[in-house]
Design a protein around this ligand. Structure first.
Ligand SMILES: *Cc1c(COP(=O)(O)O)cnc(C)c1O
Length: 404
């Protein structure tokens, strides 16, 4: 067993990565998850499915995305060579389409008519609406009323793509309630609809499926980096919200002697609950949305309020596989504050002509720091998305006259 490649070894058949993961659900929902797990393990591994997904990636998504040597960034930092995996060049501008196309392809094999999901800032909603349009599926996206008011452009994009955006008006009216509402809608109609989660989180089999669909990022990057340089990078890093772009990147290097760094959002930098969303650094084991992982919770166990300047990193938990890999010592933990991310956002824009997503800017911030400490090394950063969605916010709140 031990010589099987990592991706074939974990999770175990019940969806556990060590003590993390699983599916703690009411019986009817658990039965649905078992059906999806079975479908994924059979259909998802079929020759036909793999060929169709490969074709979609090439002709629709624009894969492979390049690996780019950021020379001016490297020169300005004055240390290790910094390379970027350009997931910002993926269709729709981020890595999320990688798993949305996979989930939607599986749904279409299963004869489903509708995709259901929640969205926070709207990035997952837009990617899923895109996949639904491609496959001719209906799409229903649950979104808190507070987020709808904040994320107007993404709401419009989802509607343009033909999705139905359902406002969620109870509780805090943000992501957590949207998850609850989306799950409830899915349970009303699990035969003709499929739930499609937005990261390597949720009950089994979602963390496994999303990781496997995202693994294309790391597998491509490993080959590209090697053919550019003749060796592997010393360090590979990615920002960690739920952890899908990081897991996809790590998947390509996990059996290699390469340092894998997950960069968490330290927000305001105080370390106080409510000021950050660093679940691995400050969290403790607990149950959230049907699975066990490291969570940020109040004393009574309810998910805590979280903060990050990057709304895609704003989740009081993390994928169970990240909790496992970190506990094993296979991955290493880093962080970046809101202000670190803003500086990295401007640095990449000005030096390379690439405006990064604020999420990705967290990984870039840490890359620059590590580069100075290890001047002879090479660093590969997953640039998970482009920053068009963040420009107005940054311009208004962190104007270039002060921050660039
Ligand atoms: C959603 C998002 C993230 C965070 O999600 P992960 O599952 O942690 O990857 C990171 N970057 C971008 C551009 C995103 O849209």
């Amino acid at each position: 067993m031990a010589d099987k490649p990592y991706l074939k070894r974990l999770p175990d058949p019940k969806g556990y990565y060590g003590e993390y993961g699983g599916a703690a659900l009411p019986p009817d929902l658990a039965a649905e998850m078992e059906k999806i797990d079975h479908a994924y393990r059979t259909i998802g591994n079929s020759h036909d499915f793999i060929l169709r997904l490969r074709d979609i990636r090439k002709h629709f998504q624009g894969r492979p995305t390049p690996v780019y040597y950021a020379k001016r960034l490297t020169d300005s930092v004055g240390g290790a060579r910094i390379y970027l995996k350009r997931e910002d060049l993926n269709h729709t501008g981020a890595h999320k389409l990688n798993h949305c196309m996979g989930e939607a392809l599986l749904a279409s094999y299963l004869g489903k008519r509708k995709l259901i999901a929640e969205t926070g800032a709207g990035q997952h909603g837009v990617a899923l609406a895109t996949a639904a349009a491609y496959f001719g599926l209906e799409c229903e996206i649950y979104m808190g009323e507070v987020d709808i008011a904040k994320e107007h452009p993404n709401v419009i994009r989802m509607k343009m793509l033909g999705a139905k955006v359902v406002p969620v008006g109870f509780g805090q009216r943000t992501l957590k309630e949207a998850v609850d509402a989306a799950f409830e809608a899915y349970m009303q109609d699990p035969v003709t609809s499929m739930y499609a989660i937005g990261s390597v989180v949720g009950p089994h089999p979602f963390p496994m499926m999303v990781r496997d669909f995202q693994a294309v990022v790391g597998i491509e990057a490993r080959e590209q980096f090697h053919s550019m340089t003749g060796h592997l990078p010393d360090h590979v890093m990615a920002c960690v919200g739920g952890g899908s772009n990081a897991m996809g990147m790590f998947a390509g290097f996990i059996d290699d002697p390469v340092d894998l760094w997950g960069v968490e959002p330290l927000g305001r930098g105080t370390g106080k609950l409510g000021d950050h969303a660093a679940s691995l650094r400050y969290g403790r084991p607990g149950l959230i949305h049907g699975f066990t992982t490291m969570t940020l919770a109040d004393d009574d166990g309810t998910p805590a309020a979280v903060h990050s300047v990057a709304s895609g990193l704003d989740y009081p938990g993390v994928g169970p596989e990240h909790a496992y890999l970190f506990a094993q010592g296979r991955t290493r933990l880093a962080g970046a504050t809101d202000e670190d991310a803003i500086r990295a956002f401007y640095r990449l824009s000005r030096l390379e002509g690439i405006i990064p997503a604020l999420e990705s800017a967290h990984a870039l911030a840490f890359a620059s720091q590590l580069a100075v400490e290890h001047p002879n090394d090479s660093i590969l950063v997953n640039l998970s998305g482009r920053g068009d969605k963040d420009m107005d916010y940054v311009y208004e709140n962190y104007p270039p006259e002060t921050w660039a």
